[in-house]
Design a protein around this ligand. Structure first.
Ligand code: ATP
Ligand code: MG
Length: 377
């Protein structure tokens, strides 16, 4: 078992608030990814869970037990560091066995356990080598092996793949998700790489300036971003975001921006300043009579091999369109782009929070056809 409850956790460094009153529930068996830009507080949060850094306020509860004041070595969690932190003068076998020696596990038992873990991670042939005689990928496995050797309740990993080249990183992603499945343990994994987060996480917590912007499954955060920040962080290229106004027009709720008209749903609304978002993969050439129309000029087209990206000007904004190759657009062309109304995201411009279309006459809030008012989600 390894559920971790974080309650109002905070940490200041002098005048800097690195982690600001964070609360979250990490369930047993979760692969929770802490995702966010550099400096948002990911490492600080992870180090507090590990017991390597004291919080300024709040509590950490592991399986119902308050461990806020428990020293790191007495917490039943194991940390894998970005630089692996292997002991250079010890062999792989002794590096793997280190956590067991510290805990005074009997020698035979420790040797058997090291062999077992080495088999599991396919590093049994490396047991007599020193870390400097290993490749980056092999070092990374030894670091993971040292964490799993004593069966902790939770694994804490801080950017463990960032020192690997792109190809090895992709392969290792799959190995880690496999390992997570086999061990059935709780993983808390820090990265600033959205692809790692989307492919490995059971849930993603998106951090911004020491606070949680959104926590949810990869699908939830990608399909229904809770804020402009989340919308702009996930996706490559990121979601197109345009300043727009929501208003009533001819019995429809419409969003308007220079070069953009989006009739979203039947109904009426007060005028609201919004940010309108559409993902590049949801835009396609249209004929102009669709409910959503963007008048665009194509500036350039980029070939990514399997896909192409068209960079367009709409009003005075840049709008990206992504599609399998060949994309039906050429540089210099003027055309109308369209999308389905359900692919239009709206965010309150003042708060940056998602606006959800609530239909008060129906039990479902999405999708809706006869909505009355926009409310803050
Ligand atoms: N020991 C420290 N002393 C002073 N400030 C610190 C210390 N550790 C972290 N900070 C500050 O706290 C904030 C959060 O840092 P943290 O290392 O948690 O970010 P991060 O999300 O892990 O970033 P990265 O992706 O670059 O690793 C930053 O502003 C950082 O400068
Ligand atoms: Mg960090």
């Amino acid at each position: 078992m390894g559920s971790i409850r974080i309650e109002g956790l905070g940490r200041n460094f002098g005048g800097v608030t690195a982690v600001d009153d964070i609360s979250m529930e990490i369930r047993d068996g979760d692969f929770l990814v802490l995702l966010g830009p550099s400096g948002c507080g990911k490492t600080t949060l992870l180090r507090m869970i590990a017991g390597l850094l004291e919080p300024t306020g709040g509590r950490i509860v592991l399986d119902g037990e308050d461990i806020t004041g428990t020293p790191a070595r007495k917490r039943d969690v194991a940390m894998v560091f970005q630089n692996y932190a292997l002991y250079p003068h010890l062999s792989v076998a002794r590096n793997l066995g280190f956590p067991l020696r510290v805990r005074k596990v009997a020698k035979d038992e420790a040797t058997a356990r090291v062999d077992e873990v080495a088999q599991q991670l396919e590093i049994a042939h490396l047991l007599d080598r020193k870390p400097k005689e290993l490749s980056g990928g092999q070092r990374q496995r030894v670091a993971v092996g040292r964490a799993i050797v004593r069966n902790p309740k939770a694994f804490l990993m801080d950017e463990p793949l960032s020192n690997l080249d792109a190809k090895l990183r992709t392969a290792t992603r799959r190995e880690l998700t496999d390992l997570h499945r086999r061990l059935g343990a709780t993983f808390v994994y820090v990265t600033h790489d959205q692809v790692e987060a989307m492919t490995m996480a059971t849930r993603i917590a998106l951090l911004n300036r020491g606070s949680v912007e959104q926590i949810g499954t990869p699908e939830e955060v990608y399909d229904r971003p809770a804020s402009v920040f989340v919308a702009g962080f996930l996706g490559s290229p990121a979601m197109n975001l345009l300043d727009a106004t929501v208003l009533s027009a001819r019995g429809a709720v419409r969003a308007e921006a220079p070069g953009v008209r989006a009739d979203l749903w039947p109904g009426t609304t007060e005028d609201i300043d919004v940010v309108l978002g559409v993902r590049p993969e949801h835009l396609r050439p249209g004929i102009g009579t669709e409910p959503v129309a963007l008048i665009a000029t194509v500036d350039s087209v980029e070939n990514l091999g399997s896909e192409e990206i068209a960079y367009c000007t709409v009003g005075d904004a840049v709008v990206c369109v992504r599609s399998p190759r060949p994309i039906a657009m050429r540089a210099g062309q003027s055309l109308t782009l369209t999308t389905d109304p359900e692919h239009v995201h709206l965010f309150d411009r003042a708060s940056g929070r998602r606006l959800e279309w609530i239909d008060t006459s129906q039990p479902y809030d999405y999708p809706v056809s006869s909505a009355r008012s926009l409310t803050n989600a």
